[in-house]
Design a protein. Structure first.
Length: 117
């Protein structure tokens, strides 16, 4: 049992590090907004994410949003997706909900990571 707990701690720490690095490169706050959207909405399509970010005032294109979501899925490993006939539906994996909340907390008082509005 101890081994399982130790390996989970390593996985959690690794996920925290990946997420922190991901957010540290977020100069405009787009990634933070995207993660907050996933925490609130639970699941979203790329089209819904794109529409949300546009409404938030971010100047993004659909391909960039799709790429960012793909990076979160493949590199960070925190998202799962389901294929529907029209769109991929993404959601944060249950195991990562608390980690995402924990990593976002230091950034929650700022509009962007760099402190610029």
């Amino acid at each position: 049992m101890v081994l399982k707990g130790d390996s989970m701690k390593k996985i959690d720490e690794s996920a925290k590090n990946r997420l922190s690095k991901f957010l540290m490169h977020d100069k405009k706050g787009i990634r933070k907004s995207l993660l907050n959207l996933f925490l609130q909405a639970k699941s979203c399509t790329t089209v819904e994410i794109y529409d949300f970010l546009i409404k938030q005032g971010f100047n993004v294109n659909y391909r960039a949003v799709s790429s960012m979501v793909g990076q979160m899925h493949s590199r960070l490993g925190i998202l799962r997706f389901k294929w529907t006939n029209e769109h991929n539906v993404y959601e944060i994996k249950e195991d990562y909900l608390d980690i995402v909340k924990m990593v976002l907390t230091p950034f929650s008082g700022r509009d962007s990571i760099s402190g610029h509005v």
